[in-house]
Design a protein around this ligand. Structure first.
Ligand code: ADE
Ligand code: ZN
Length: 329
């Protein structure tokens, strides 16, 4: 029987759809769209995936995204993600996309949105979309992205903040997030991946985030941990990503167990699975092996993922019942 880590129903809450672009699909789209690649083969692309930090990854990730041009490309990308994720127990996905990565190459916001929506719908995956601002770019540019998103408000549940964390604190985007919330979007932000705990405080106090993406550096600040636990602010932790980007040297060194022991609402996610070597279920399984998680831990992570989602209460309850059924099977 499939191991519990892979089969337990789970929600994926931290997934950059551009980061699910497997090298084989990258080559297929490059051929279809006549976009030159500097690699000779999918194997050569994979061999280049050795990163020293977040920035060294982002450079190659933005390069890979250049092959995505048409609605069909974004649909194929979403379909491929859904196939892999569903096989590892993902029943619901709240998916980041980076509009600026595409609009600055002349790809329309609507093309990205239509393509992704078509892919998730065809795959029959329960999903929500989250538009992220690239924090290495200016707040004015982020405001323009938000304005482009407004006509599509019914199809985008939240806005987020990603890309290079160090030197780009959440405070830089306070006005953009104020406007986003006033327009009805929920908010999330990457904080405390490489950046200090003060960035997590800013994400909470200034951007009023409903979840913190990564957030693993919160343990450096006991008052912050107490606040996150008391308010049940979810952390969308990405263990394999953290090792690939050298936040922790080895998975055995990851602080996931300490986050759980501190009473935090922790979820386990894949971030950029094509680059970091595993989809959501693989992240569960790798933590089970490296950190000695037991059945109860897996159940807590799976339940927490639905609790932390932006689904309506009735849908959460339905998925939670599926988790319980898998736990007793
Ligand atoms: N964009 C894609 N993956 C990211 C990550 N882990 N952190 C920040 N920005 C990202
Ligand atoms: Zn991320």
């Amino acid at each position: 029987m499939t191991p519990l880590a892979l089969r337990i129903p789970k929600a994926e809450l931290h997934l950059h759809i551009e980061g699910s672009l497997e090298p084989e699909l990258m080559f297929e789209l490059a051929g279809r769209n006549k976009v030159p690649l500097r690699f000779a083969s999918a194997e050569a692309v994979r061999a280049a995936y050795r990163f020293s930090d977040l920035q060294s990854f982002l450079d190659i990730y933005y390069e890979g995204a250049r092959v995505l041009l048409t609605e069909r490309d974004f649909k194929d990308l979403a379909l491929a993600y859904c196939r892999r994720a569903a096989a590892e127990g993902v029943r619901h996905a709240e998916v980041f996309f980076d509009p600026q990565t595409h609009t600055e190459r002349g790809v329309a916001f609507r093309t990205v949105l239509e393509g992704l929506s078509a892919g998730f719908a065809e795959a029959g995956m329960s999903y929500r979309l989250i538009a992220c601002f690239l924090r290495h770019l200016s707040a004015d540019e982020a405001m323009r992205v938000l304005e482009e998103a407004l006509p599509h408000r019914d199809r985008i549940v939240a806005v987020g903040l990603d890309s290079s964390e160090r030197g780009h604190p959440p405070s830089k985007f306070k006005a953009v997030f104020d406007r986003a919330r006033a327009e009805g979007f929920l908010t999330v932000a990457h904080a405390g991946e490489e950046g200090p705990p003060s960035y997590i405080w800013e994400a909470l106090d200034l951007l009023k985030v409903r979840r913190v993406d990564h957030g693993v550096r919160c343990l450096e600040d006991p008052a912050l941990v107490e606040r996150l636990a008391r308010e049940r602010v979810p952390l969308t932790v990405c263990p394999l990503s953290n090792v690939k980007l050298r936040v922790f040297e080895r998975l055995e060194d990851h602080n996931l167990r300490d986050l759980l022991a501190a009473g935090l609402l922790v979820t386990v996610n894949s971030d950029d699975p094509a680059y970091f070597g595993g989809y959501a279920g693989e992240n569960f399984a790798a933590c089970e092996r490296a950190l000695g998680l037991g059945r109860e831990d897996l159940g807590r992570l799976a339940r927490g993922s639905f609790e932390a989602s932006f689904l309506p209460e009735a849908d959460k309850l339905r998925f939670l019942a599926e988790v319980d059924a898998a736990m007793t099977a």
